[in-house]
Ligand binder design. Structure first.
Ligand SMILES: NC(=O)c1ccc[n+]([C@@H]2O[C@H](COP(=O)([O-])OP(=O)(O)OC[C@H]3O[C@@H](n4cnc5c(N)ncnc54)[C@H](OP(=O)(O)O)[C@@H]3O)[C@@H](O)[C@H]2O)c1
Length: 246
């Protein structure tokens, strides 16, 4: 499935867009005509290369570096994008950290770091986004969560709690920001093995889903474009997970 969308005149900010799923989202949004802010932290070279590729293809994209745990900088990030690329009308909260941990062994610092990146940063960016888009201006927010919010599994406690809260934040914000700003979520299952992960765990997890295979970043892109383009959907979550949540 390929969704055709005209986003000319829009500016999109995609967090964690230097590589992997975020990069695929940024490239697709640029391909649909949006000016794209490619946010990154450590993947500066990849973000720069992606922006150059988008520019060569006739699009407009610029890299923006920020550590999402620096809460006070986040409204400034949105403002900087606005100054260089125009007011942000599409926000994709993609950046996240994924780390194992149980109730017994999660240190306070790990808990706080997980919530800062995976929950507080999206909250602050959504807040700044909404404040910069007073009615009648319109916009769209897409939050990347995880199918775990529907089917809890042991072993990634802080991550799962942060993503579940982000899904709750998605629904609350959809209510509060309607009708001018729509807020939806995408809940991936096994798309890409965690960066640095080795061994057979990922293929085994993917093979154990109902569709018995991993998805691809393009599967996430398809859901993203669908949710951005569908003007009558808000407060919704699409699982792109091969049925894993079942
Ligand atoms: N991969 C999957 O199969 C899967 C499954 C379920 C859910 N998801 C969700 O889908 C989204 C994308 O997944 P992914 O695997 O592509 O993500 P990822 O590679 O694990 O992370 C995406 C980016 O987040 C950025 N990031 C992390 N901490 C940051 C911080 N403090 N400040 C700024 N940026 C930070 C990193 O940017 P830099 O590299 O620039 O540092 C990283 O490249 C995530 O929200 C993830 O939770 C993915």
């Amino acid at each position: 499935m390929r969704i055709s969308l005209d986003l000319a005149g829009h500016t999109a900010l995609v967090t964690g867009a230097g590589r992997r799923i975020g990069a695929a989202c940024a490239e697709a949004l640029a391909g649909a005509g949006a000016r794209v802010a490619v946010h990154h932290q450590h993947s500066g070279a990849e973000a720069e290369a992606l922006c150059q590729r988008i520019t060569r293809q006739g699009g407009r994209a610029e890299p923006f570096a920020a550590d999402l745990t620096e809460a006070t900088r986040l409204p400034l990030l949105l403002a900087a994008v606005g100054q260089r690329l125009g007011r942000v009308t599409i926000l994709v909260n993609n950046a996240a950290i994924f780390a194992p941990g149980t109730l017994r062994d999660t240190p306070l610092t790990a808990w706080q770091g997980m919530l800062a990146t995976n929950l507080t940063a999206p909250f602050l960016l959504m807040q700044a986004f909404a404040q910069a888009l007073p009615p009648p201006a319109t916009g769209v927010i897409i939050n990347l969560v995880d199918q775990r919010v529907l089917r809890p599994s042991a072993g990634h406690l802080a991550y799962s709690v942060a993503k579940s809260a982000l899904w709750q934040l998605t629904q609350q914000s959809a209510l509060e920001l309607a009708p001018h700003i729509r807020v939806n979520a995408i809940a991936p299952g096994p798309i890409l093995a965690a960066a640095g992960a080795a061994g057979a765990a990922f293929p085994q997890i993917a093979a154990a889903t109902p569709l018995q295979r991993p998805g691809s970043p393009q599967d996430i892109v398809d859901a993203l474009l669908f949710l951005i383009g569908h003007a009558f959907i808000t407060g919704e979550m699409i699982c792109v997970d091969g049925g894993e949540h079942l």
